[in-house]
Design a binder for this molecule. Structure first.
Ligand code: C2E
Ligand code: MG
Ligand code: MG
Ligand code: MG
Length: 277
C-alpha cells in the first residue's frame, strides 16, 4: 500500500536524521575533547614585503590532529565550532598560542590571528586580548586581528564599536577575504582597519583573467586611497608575484613563498642569518 510505503520512507528518513544528529553530537564532543586535550596546533604562514621578500609577519592558522582522521583543516571544524559555541574557547586558545609564539620569535614582527564574528560580539574578547598580550609581554602593535569582510555586514554599529575598542589596545586590524563580502565601500571608510587582505580567489585569476586583474588593481588602489596597507593572499606563482608587485601591492602571502608551517619550523626560518634584517 502506498500509505505504508510512505510511512516506511518517513521512518527511514527519520533514522537518517537521527544518524546525522548523532554524528554531529559525536563530532562536537570530539572537538570539545580536542580543545581540552591540546589536539589543536597552530601553524604559521609568513607574510612578505613583495619588493625585498623580507618576512614581516605570520598568520596563525589552526589545525586539528584528529586521533583517527589525521590533520584536519579549519574548514572541516571551524563551522562546527561556531555552531556549537566552541569557537569562543577555541579562539581564545589560538590567540594565547599565537601571542606566546610571537613573543619568542627572534625578530619583532606581527602575528595575525583570525577572529570569528562570534568572537567579535563576545563581551569577554577585549579582556582576553589584553590578557594574552600582558601574559606574554607582547606589545599590542605586534598583534593583528583579521576579520572577514562578510563579518562586517551584520550588526554594523556593534561591530564598529568592537573594532574601535580593540584598536584602542594598539592592536592592528585587517579585513580578510576582501572582495568577496560585498560590504559597502562607504562603510569601509569608517572602519579602523590597517590592512586589506585581497582574497585568494582574485589573485588566482590575475594571470588568465583581465577582469580579475582589474579587480585586484582596483582593490590595491582602494587600499592606498584609504591609507591602508594591502596584502595579496594566495600567491602561488612567480608571475602572480610579479604582476602584484608591479601593480603596487606591497605585501604578499602564499604557497609560492611559503606554506603554513609548525611554530618550530618558522622559528628556524626566522633564525637563519639571511632573514635577519
Ligand atoms: P584565511 O584567513 O583567508 O587564511 C588563508 C588560507 O589560505 C589558509 O587556509 C591558507 O593555508 C590558505 N593559503 C595560503 N596560501 C595559499 C595559496 O597560495 N593558495 C591557496 N589556494 N591557499 C593558500 P587554511 O589554513 O585552510 O584556513 C582557512 C580559513 O580558516 C582561514 O582563511 C580562516 O578564515 C579560517 N581559520 C584558520 N584558522 C582560524 C582560527 O584560528 N580561527 C578562526 N575563527 N578561523 C580560522
Ligand atoms: Mg586570515
Ligand atoms: Mg583570507
Ligand atoms: Mg579565506
Amino acid at each position: 500500500q502506498a500509505k505504508d510505503a510512505g510511512r516506511g520512507t518517513w521512518r527511514a528518513y527519520g533514522r537518517e536524521m537521527d544518524q546525522r544528529l548523532h554524528e554531529r553530537l559525536r563530532r562536537e564532543e570530539e572537538l570539545r575533547v580536542a580543545i581540552a586535550e591540546q589536539q589543536l596546533e597552530v601553524h604559521y604562514q609568513p607574510r612578505y614585503l613583495s619588493q625585498s621578500m623580507q618576512i614581516i609577519g605570520a598568520e596563525a592558522l589552526v589545525r586539528w590532529h584528529h586521533p583517527t582522521q589525521g590533520m584536519l583543516l579549519p574548514e572541516q571544524f571551524i563551522p562546527l565550532a561556531e555552531e556549537a559555541g566552541l569557537i569562543i574557547p577555541l579562539g581564545r586558545w589560538v590567540l594565547h598560542q599565537a601571542c606566546q609564539q610571537a613573543a619568542s620569535w627572534p625578530v619583532e614582527m606581527t602575528v595575525s590571528v583570525n577572529l570569528s564574528p562570534l568572537q567579535l560580539h563576545d563581551d569577554r574578547l577585549l579582556d582576553e586580548i589584553a590578557r594574552a598580550l600582558r601574559e606574554n609581554g607582547l606589545p599590542g602593535e605586534r598583534l593583528e586581528l583579521e576579520v572577514t569582510e562578510s563579518a562586517l555586514l551584520q550588526e554594523t554599529q556593534s561591530t564598529l564599536d568592537a573594532l574601535k575598542r580593540i584598536k584602542a589596545l594598539g592592536v592592528h586590524l585587517a579585513v580578510d577575504d576582501f572582495g568577496t563580502g560585498y560590504s559597502s565601500l562607504t562603510n569601509l571608510r569608517h572602519y579602523p582597519f590597517d590592512v586589506i587582505k585581497i582574497d585568494n580567489s582574485f589573485v588566482a585569476g590575475i594571470e588568465q583573467s583581465t577582469e580579475d586583474h582589474s579587480i585586484v588593481r582596483a582593490l590595491i588602489e582602494l587600499g592606498r586611497g584609504l591609507q591602508m596597507r594591502v596584502t595579496a593572499e594566495g600567491v602561488e606563482t612567480e608571475e602572480q608575484l610579479r604582476l602584484l608587485t608591479d601593480d603596487g601591492c606591497t605585501e604578499v602571502q602564499g604557497f609560492h613563498m611559503s606554506l603554513p608551517m609548525p611554530a618550530e619550523e618558522l622559528r628556524r626560518l626566522l633564525a637563519r642569518p639571511t632573514d635577519i634584517s
